[in-house]
Design a protein around this ligand. Structure first.
Ligand code: PEP
Length: 255
């Protein structure tokens, strides 16, 4: 069971799914059914086009809305990008950064993440930083080296005490969208390692920072993952597209 000082958090990564109307339908149903989750924080990350509607539809609920990406500059000649002030104006609470799909398919680099994470924190937005190894890296015994490289590079620009304000998601790439979930022990080991890396920089921030597991979290495996000592909740892709499945996963994170 995770530490009482860290509030459990479950975040939905909708990726490139749901039009505005579909997002509204999901949220009207989900918000209507969510009830009292006993202290579990819930974040929904729709595509940019549905952010405004999602903020509007969750306004009188405990659900917060975050983006799936952001650019670190406030404005400029960056065709196709969206800035932090643009997200803030909508009432968006944070952004996923460093998702493996953005790293692999859209060239998001550790250098860019080292700028994005402090920019989000400076603006009072919550970064959800994703890190994780490929299957070949795990098979080659490189998991810890990969996590160390990503955590050190991506968070280099964050003042140590501010590490407590972000969220890290450990997402082994071999488990994302594959139906192959990491075992609770594999996830716990990797997440404890990430927490230890952060403790090298600030031990009280490391004890307070939320670290999520992501990778084929489903209603039937969420509870055993979330019961692990260092796992503070989940970042959920596929199973977050269905309101009943996502609600069941949020319920599984109750302390
Ligand atoms: C994700 O994309 O962050 C993710 C964890 O996806 P899935 O739950 O579908 O594996």
């Amino acid at each position: 069971m995770p530490s009482a000082e860290r509030r459990p958090l479950v975040a939905a990564n909708w990726k490139m799914h749901k039009t505005v109307r579909e997002a509204e339908e999901f949220l009207d149903r989900f918000v209507g059914e969510i009830g009292d989750l006993g202290g579990v924080e819930v974040v929904v990350c729709p595509p940019f086009t549905a952010l405004a509607a999602a903020v509007e539809r969750t306004r009188r609920s405990p659900v917060r809305v975050a983006a799936q990406n952001v650019h670190e500059q406030d404005s400029g000649a960056f065709t196709g990008e969206v800035s932090i002030p643009m997200l803030r104006e909508l009432g968006v609470a944070g952004a996923i950064v460093g998702h493996s799909e953005r790293r692999a398919l859209f060239g998001e680099t550790d250098e860019a993440l080292a700028r994005k994470v402090p920019a989000l924190l400076d603006a009072g937005l919550e970064p959800i930083l994703c890190v994780g190894e490929t299957e070949a890296e795990r098979d080659g015994g490189e998991t810890e080296a990969v996590l160390r490289r990503q955590v050190e590079a991506d968070l280099a620009g964050v003042d140590p005490p501010h590490l407590a304000e972000l969220v890290v998601a450990y997402e082994p790439i071999w488990a994302i969208g594959t139906g192959r979930t990491a075992s609770p022990q594999q996830a716990q080991e990797a997440i404890a390692f990430i927490r230890a890396l952060l403790a090298d920089r600030d031990s009280s921030a490391a004890a307070a920072v939320r670290i999520l597991y992501g990778g084929s979290v489903k209603p039937d495996n969420a509870a055993e993952l979330f019961a692990e000592r260092d796992i503070d909740g989940g970042l959920v892709g596929g199973a977050s597209l269905d309101p009943d499945d996502f609600l069941a996963i949020c319920e599984a994170a109750r302390p």
